[in-house]
Write a protein that binds this ligand. Structure first.
Ligand SMILES: Nc1nc2c(ncn2[C@@H]2O[C@H](COP(=O)(O)OP(=O)(O)OP(=O)(O)O)[C@@H](O)[C@H]2O)c(=O)[nH]1
Ligand SMILES: [Mg+2]
Length: 235
C-alpha cells in the first residue's frame, strides 16, 4: 500500500520545507511520496520543491504553467501520483499531518473517503475570528443542504481517497472550484465517509488565497453541482 500526499501550492515558498519535514515526522515507516503541485508561483515555490526533490527521493514536484487554480492543481496532482491512496493537504500546515496515519487506517478499514474534520467531536478551528466562523457556518450549511452531503465539514481541503475511485470519476471532475472535495463527493456513488477530527491551526507563514473572487467561485461551484445533481436525479 503506497500513499501519495499531494499538496497544491501558490506562493508557499516558506511553507514547503516545513511541510515536508512535518510529513516525514508524521508518516514514519509508511510507504509514501510527496507531490508538490505548484502553479508557477512568482515566489519560486516550485524551485524550493525542486531543490528538496534533488536530495529527497520521496519528494516530487509539478510546475503547472496552464489552467491555474486549486481544484485543477489537485486533479493534476492526483493524476500524476503513483500511490494506491491519494491524500490532499494544504501546504500552510493548517492541516495537522499527525492525523494522516489514522486517516489511512480508516480508509484501509473500509471507508471510501476519509476527511480531516474541524467540526466533529475533538476537532476545532479555535483561532478563527467571528466573521470567519459565520462565513464557514453558512458555507457548510449551503453545501450540506444543496448537495445533500452528510458530512460535518464538507468544506475541508484535507482528505484521502482511493486512486482507483479517483480514476473512475476523474473525467467528470470540474477543476474550476476551490473546493475539490465537493466535486469528488458529488461524483462518488454513495461513498462511505469517515471524518477524523483535528485542530485547524492558524497560518504562520505566507498569505491566504481566500478572497472575494474565491467566494464567488464557490457559489458558482455550488450552483453548478446542485443543478447537475438535479439533472441526474430527474433522469
Ligand atoms: N496550485 C495552486 N494552489 C493553490 C491555489 N490557491 C490556493 N492554493 C493552495 O491551496 C491551499 C489552500 O489555500 P489557502 O490560501 O491556505 O486557503 P484556506 O486554508 O482556505 O485559507 P486560510 O485559512 O486563510 O489559509 C494552500 O496550500 C495554497 O497554497 C492555486 O490557485 N493553485
Ligand atoms: Mg490555508
Amino acid at each position: 500500500m503506497r500513499l501519495s500526499v499531494i499538496s497544491p501550492t501558490l506562493n508557499e515558498a516558506e511553507c514547503v520545507p516545513r511541510l515536508v519535514e512535518a510529513l516525514e515526522r508524521a508518516l514514519g515507516d509508511i510507504n509514501y511520496e510527496i507531490l508538490i503541485v505548484d502553479d508557477n508561483s512568482p515566489d519560486g515555490t516550485w524551485s524550493i520543491a525542486q531543490n528538496i526533490s534533488l536530495t529527497n527521493p520521496r519528494v516530487r514536484f509539478l510546475r503547472r504553467m496552464q489552467n491555474p487554480g486549486l481544484g485543477a492543481a489537485v486533479i493534476d496532482g492526483f493524476s500524476a501520483a503513483e500511490g494506491d491512496v491519494l491524500a490532499c493537504i494544504d501546504a500552510d500546515l493548517q492541516h495537522d499531518p499527525l492525523i494522516l496515519a489514522r486517516m489511512l487506517e480508516e480508509l484501509q478499514d473500509g471507508a471510501d473517503i476519509v476527511v480531516g474534520s474541524r467540526h466533529v467531536e475533538g476537532g476545532s478551528a479555535r483561532d478563527w475570528n467571528r466573521l470567519r466562523r459565520i462565513q464557514s457556518w453558512i458555507a457548510n450549511k449551503m453545501a450540506q443542504l444543496l448537495l445533500g452531503i452528510r458530512l460535518k465539514d464538507p468544506m475541508s481541503g484535507y482528505f484521502l481517497v482511493w486512486r482507483k475511485d479517483f480514476y473512475e470519476i476523474r473525467e467528470h471532475l470540474n477543476g474550476k472550484g476551490f473546493k475539490i472535495l465537493l466535486e469528488i463527493l458529488s461524483n462518488l456513488h454513495a461513498p462511505k465517509i469517515i471524518e477524523v477530527p483535528y485542530t485547524f491551526r492558524p497560518r504562520t507563514r505566507g498569505q491566504s488565497k481566500l478572497c472575494g473572487r474565491i467566494i464567488l467561485q464557490f457559489f458558482h461551484q455550488l450552483w453548478r453541482l446542485c443543478s447537475s445533481n438535479r439533472r441526474h436525479s430527474t433522469r
